[in-house]
Design a protein around this ligand. Sequence first.
Ligand code: URA
Length: 246
Amino acid sequence: MSKGPPTLRLDRLLANLGYGSRREIQALAKNGRITLDGEPFRDADKHVPVTRDLPERLKLDDKAIDPPPGLALMLHKPLGVTCSHKEAGPLVYDLLPTRWRMRDPAISTIGRLDKETSGLLLMTDDGALLHRVISPKSHVAKRYRVTLDRPLNGEEAGAFAAGGLMLDGETKPLLPATMETLSPTEAILTLSEGRYHQVRRMYAALGNHVTALHRDRIGGLSLPDDLPAGEFRLMSEADLAAIFAG
Ligand code: URA
């Protein structure tokens, strides 16, 4: 017998998506505000199939519901916004719909960018995807556009490419990284690992100082030109595949 898609009680599904308590969902359903394939879905104890196309089928007040778990998005992180609750200032989570803060499973960032770094940041509620992207075994490279305080001295690309550079306070040398010079004070740096403040510390180790940092690519996935700072977009299957094809 073939196994159908996973199902979940409507009240639990919508409560997990942050639409309210199970009691509130029960009331919304009873009042005919929830429809499945255009028909009122009045009994919130009943199960619905949890498939990728559910948002097109299940509506609240005629509006598509949010994506079910398995959500993955790309955010154009602006400057001045933090990835961690431990740091002061507005959070990247504040750039998502408020309801999404109540989601279970919760959404988290796939890796982090510093408060003063902008660019491509991935977020998901899918733990397996998160681990796959950050796992060293996946070899997902990250590309940064770097602006420096002082002109490059010509030694940096070679020093990074050789690998073995030791960052302050660490015991394990860095893996090789690729650097392309754009101008005397600008470069593109591609890393295959992600250590704390890595780019800033790499240039600091060579006596320079990063004044601006922007990530424009993860694996083969580029930050879209038409995604303004502060906005996000759900990732398609093609976007997800691109991450691992870089
Ligand atoms: N390296 C840094 O120094 N900062 C970032 O945000 C990312 C990489």
